[in-house]
Design a protein around this ligand. Structure first.
Ligand code: CU
Length: 422
């Protein structure tokens, strides 16, 4: 990274590399700068980031900053691809409040496989609101990206909607041991799976304090023993390891999604290896969210995929396959809209992600959302037959953006649409 005139400039090369996902076995993956997952980027509000992306893979790519408020030409749209051998420069203004963002491939029909093979990384945007709080920071602020994969000593195997992605991978390693001090840590969980729903918890049922979600800090801390995370969602939690003796361990478990619990149930092991000073704390008020404006429009969106066992299932928004040449929603710049989103499937889970905006969850099946969904969100989970209401305000950028299911196997099957803000 170099800094030029108040802008942080990065050069990233997307290229094949090998990673030691399973101990002692080199697996071919797709990377940013040879790193699996991609390099962590730290950004600060008011300080733009420019990333020169060089595509040295043999497939087209498009790099999307998930949760970022950016101009359409820098949003990494499905059709705005970087051909193999070509470069593209992305400009991220970082004008929005702090948030735990991530970047990943979004090339049309290829995003599912490209992300699966490794094209994703975390991007932590901070601001003065967050920095003023006494939360654990520096080496005690730990980003952990979790995903599943079908991987063995012959490689990383991709097939659409594979139910055999039974190896859990945290920060690029299967079941790693993470050394921690006996004190509080802030952990930024990202579910970067293609489609796995996760339910994360400590094996001893120990408390975690959720302090943030997709769009930054929650209004107040939420003590819990279980963190549900659908694909692309983030949870920011504080875990106090001082309750464990030095020399002991605690396993982070997953109880969500398909597969043999003996395999998909274990994510990583925290090894408590030393004591450390701790002057951090979790305040009872974390941030103040702006009041919701009076809505100016209401829309309904339906999600459905073929689930009758046909050989080549497709997935739809409002019963239509994604067509990059079609505008599905026309939105007035400045509007604040309530979107009712319904999962029409009886078996399949989905989730709902809008580019450009951090929205608020108003209702889940007619009830107010739980404390974990009380902050700013860009992705929400939808169980079969579930309906959610969200409110989004479109007052930052004009142009066309997509919204889609973030189970990337589903978006690649067509569950994506376009909104135009003008
Ligand atoms: Cu879906």
């Amino acid at each position: 990274m170099s800094s030029v005139g108040g802008i942080d400039v990065y050069v990233m090369t997307m290229r094949p590399a090998t990673a030691e996902i399973l101990p002692g076995i080199q697996t071919r993956v797709l990377t940013f700068n040879g790193s699996f997952p991609g390099p962590l980027i730290k950004a600060r509000r008011g300080r733009p980031v420019v990333i020169h992306q060089r595509n040295r893979l043999d497939v087209p790519t498009s790099v999307h900053l998930h949760g970022g408020e950016v101009d359409p030409q820098h949003d990494g749209q499905p059709m705005a691809t970087i051909a193999p051998g070509e470069d593209r420069t992305y400009y991220y203004p970082n004008a929005q409040p702090h948030a735990s963002l991530w970047y990943h491939d979004h090339a049309h029909h290829l995003e599912s496989e490209n992300v699966y093979r490794g094209l994703s990384g975390q991007y932590l945007l901070t601001d003065e609101v967050e920095e003023a709080l006494p939360l654990p920071s520096g080496e005690y602020d730990l980003p952990i990206a979790i995903r599943d994969a079908n991987v063995d000593d012959t490689g990383l195997h991709y097939t659409m909607s594979d139910r055999n992605r039974s190896t859990m991978i945290a920060n690029g390693k299967a079941y790693p041991y993470v050394e921690v001090a006996a004190r509080k840590y802030r952990i930024r969980f990202l579910n970067c799976s293609n489609q796995r729903f996760m339910e994360l918890g400590l094996e001893d049922g120990g408390e975690m304090i959720q302090i943030g979600s997709d769009g930054g800090l929650l209004p107040g801390p939420h003590p819990t023993t279980s963190i549900p995370l659908s694909a692309a969602e983030r949870a920011d939690v504080v875990i106090d390891f001082s309750r464990y003796p030095v020399g002991s361990s605690v396993v982070l478990r997953n109880s969500g999604g398909f597969g043999n619990p003996e395999l998909v149930g274990q994510v990583l092991r925290f090894d408590i290896v030393r004591t450390a000073e701790d002057d951090s704390s979790v305040p009872s008020v974390l941030r103040e969210l702006p009041p919701l404006p009076q809505p100016t429009a209401e829309r309904t969106v339906t999600l459905r995929m073929d689930e009758d066992g046909r050989p080549d299932p497709q997935a739809y928004i409002d019963e239509k396959l994604y067509d990059p040449d079609r505008v599905d929603q026309q939105i007035r710049f400045g509007a604040s809209e309530v979107w009712t989103v319904k999962n029409l499937n009886q078996i399949a889970w989905h989730n709902f992600h809008m580019h450009l905006v951090q929205f608020r969850v108003l209702e889940r099946d007619g009830r107010p959302p739980g404390p974990a969904e009380a902050g700013l969100k860009d992705t929400v989970n939808l169980r079969p037959n579930e309906t959610i209401k969200v409110q989004a305000t479109f007052d930052t950028h004009r142009g066309s953006y997509v919204y889609h299911c973030h189970m990337l196997d589903h978006s690649a099957m067509g569950m994506m649409a376009t909104m135009r803000i003008s």
